[in-house]
Design a protein around this ligand. Structure first.
Ligand code: 6PG
Length: 253
């Protein structure tokens, strides 16, 4: 895993956008398409807005880009908590991405298990696989203060899932279900971008990187690619509690 510590949030966002563009261009060059799964939460807001700006809007090969989500709340697509709505409003509605290239998780579908199975079928048909795992060119993840990523929260059932690619995961903390990729699918990606910012994430960043921490004690610690690249981009506030060893091993921009 490579860690990039940016001097401020704006630099972190720019580095994330550059990485997204590079990955999109190389994926299209090598395989004729760019498959990306987006994260939810609030961190991506400025990242998505930058991708919708003139420069990236004109450079990213949107006509060959296919957009998925790594997780979704069990709400309708127009609900304020919808990850789809966040991305649609800040990015997808502003770039020349064909509607048919957007694969929304049906958060409104009940039971949530049906929504998860239906999304798995969408993955099977797009990636043209039946049993073997789909391989995303890029999965974009955030991290919560409790170390969750996607909707893989500590002490939830989905952490143990070894077979299904997408599951409905009941999250006690919110007394609600979430739809989420599982680790087998996440860890089969070619590249992973973890983006985080702000002092509220400083403690979890420190705990995630401390070598003496209980392995797999935090869900994000279970993100490890067999043969892919994990890039963690954060701003200096999120990096403010990192150990000197972790700081030394990071790239500073
Ligand atoms: C979600 C996200 C989730 C998010 C973290 C961090 O659906 O909420 O996928 O994993 O990345 O909760 O959220 P913030 O960016 O709001 O801190």
């Amino acid at each position: 895993m490579k860690i990039l510590v940016a001097k401020d949030e704006s630099t972190a966002i720019k580095k994330a956008a550059q990485f997204f563009l590079e990955t999109a261009l190389s994926s299209v060059k090598e395989r004729g398409q760019f498959t990306v799964a987006l994260s939810g939460g609030t961190t991506p807001l400025k990242f998505y807005s930058l991708l919708a700006d003139d420069f990236y809007r004109s450079k990213v090969p949107w006509q060959k880009t296919y957009v998925f989500w790594g997780d979704e709340r069990c709400v309708p697509s127009d609900h304020p908590d919808s990850n789809y709505r966040l991305a649609k409003e800040t990015l997808l509605g502003k770039v020349p991405l064909p509607e048919s290239h957007i694969f929304r998780m049906a958060g409104e579908m009940t039971p949530p298990l049906e929504a998860a199975r239906s999304y798995e079928n969408n993955l099977r048909s797009h990636f043209k696989v039946s049993l073997s795992l789909p391989k995303f060119d890029l999965i974009h993840l955030g991290v919560g203060e409790d170390g969750h990523t996607a909707s893989l929260f500590p002490r939830t059932e989905a952490l143990k899932e070894k077979n299904h690619w997408v599951v409905a995961n009941y999250v006690e903390k919110y007394s609600s279900n979430r739809l989420t990729f599982t680790f087998p699918l996440i860890n089969n990606a070619r590249k992973i971008l973890i983006l985080c910012k702000g002092s509220s994430k400083a403690k979890i960043v420190r705990d995630m990187l401390r070598t003496d921490f209980t392995p797999h004690g935090l869900p994000l610690q279970q993100v490890e690619l067999k043969d892919g690249e994990v890039l963690w981009i954060m701003d200096s506030s999120a990096a403010s509690l990192m150990t000197s060893e972790a700081i030394e091993n990071a790239t500073h921009v």
